[in-house]
Design a protein around this ligand. Structure first.
Ligand SMILES: Cc1cc2nc3c(=O)[nH]c(=O)nc-3n(C[C@H](O)[C@H](O)[C@H](O)COP(=O)(O)OP(=O)(O)OC[C@H]3O[C@@H](n4cnc5c(N)ncnc54)[C@H](O)[C@@H]3O)c2cc1C
Length: 292
């Protein structure tokens, strides 16, 4: 028997921490699971699950109006964006409850709500209260960052967390960063009917993927109406008078100043995940496969 009150203390109940805690409990360990935010972490609350929900709703809305047969007239769909967001929130809450049930089903997991702070290799404080354990698993995940672009922090830009609570569809959106999260949200807002402009610093979108994927996706998204600018350096962001949106001043190479208007988005520092591109070059029917 070790020195701690628990065999294992897990900091963070996201995908990593929760399943680490459950596996340890199944193997007979006494586990403390510490969570300072929403149970389940990013994926069910602000990541995969709500994003999939919104992507799917946007796809149904968009592709439902794009029938590629002359003899088939699509019905006019009506969008209630606030209702889509409410439904998304209900799905998130259900998933969170499911995670809470999973934790409660394991008697040797003690759930400790609160912010954990690592004091020493066997000692953590949870909202100031000391807890000891033989082993500590740090599974604190990641959260969005604001890139150091002049003016950006002052306008509290949308990011993958803040976008979860909006209730009105932006008419236009400037997406800073053509990575997977920026493109996924860019495309879903495009499908809902917003004008979307993507500004990417590198020479191509999805710079960590193969060039063929970047090129195919750029062509496909361009055909859907997304405006994509690559090799772009953003110089400043400022609000327009009378809450009319934001102005983003950017430069392509050394010349060609570019100015876009709209709401803003930015990338997240997680998401090293591999994303498959949407199938169907320029075709307008709904893609058949969904990402799992
Ligand atoms: C918009 C978006 C879409 C995504 N889509 C997908 C997808 O389709 N497929 C996929 O596989 N992945 C996707 N991901 C990535 C996926 O969500 C993450 O890989 C996953 O959530 C990481 O899990 P984690 O346990 O490492 O961290 P997290 O889920 O971030 O969990 C960390 C937890 O630790 C808690 N915490 C942090 N600090 C403390 C502290 N000091 N004390 C107590 N608790 C603390 C946090 O509150 C949080 O609950 C997406 C991410 C985003 C943002």
């Amino acid at each position: 028997m070790g020195m701690g009150s628990y065999d294992l203390l897990v900091l963070g109940s996201g995908s990593a921490g929760l399943y680490g805690a459950i596996k340890a409990a199944q193997l007979g360990a006494r586990v403390a699971l510490v969570e300072g935010g929403d149970v389940g972490g990013t994926c069910p609350n602000r990541g995969c699950l709500p994003t999939e929900h919104l992507v799917t709703a946007a796809e149904r809305y968009y592709y439902g109006q794009m029938v590629a047969f002359r003899g088939v007239k699509p019905r006019k769909a009506r969008l209630n964006f606030a209702a889509v967001m409410r439904e998304k929130e209900a799905v998130v809450q259900q998933a969170r409850k499911e995670k809470e049930r999973m934790i409660a089903a394991h008697q040797n997991i003690t759930f400790l709500p609160g912010r954990g702070r690592l004091v020493s290799p066997h000692h953590v404080t949870v909202d100031g209260q000391p807890v000891t354990a033989d082993h500590i698993l740090l599974a604190t995940g990641s959260s969005p960052i604001t890139p150091p672009i002049p003016g950006l922090a002052d306008i509290s830009p949308l990011n993958s967390d803040r976008v979860q609570v909006i209730t009105r569809l932006p008419r236009s959106l400037i997406v800073i960063g053509g990575g997977e999260i920026g493109l996924e949200y860019g495309q879903l807002f495009l499908h809902f009917g917003a004008r979307v402009i993507v500004l990417e610093k590198e020479a191509r979108i999805l710079p960590r993927e193969e060039p063929e994927i970047s090129n195919a996706l750029r062509r496909y998204l361009g055909e859907e109406g997304m405006e994509i600018h690559t090799g772009v350096e953003i110089e400043a962001v400022e609000p327009l008078p009378r809450r009319r949106g934001y102005r983003v001043a950017a430069r392509k190479g050394r010349r060609d100043p570019l100015v876009g208007r709209g709401r803003r988005f930015r990338r997240h520092r997680t998401a090293s995940e591999h994303r498959r591109p949407r199938p169907g070059r320029g075709r307008r029917e709904a893609p058949s496969g969904r990402r799992g």
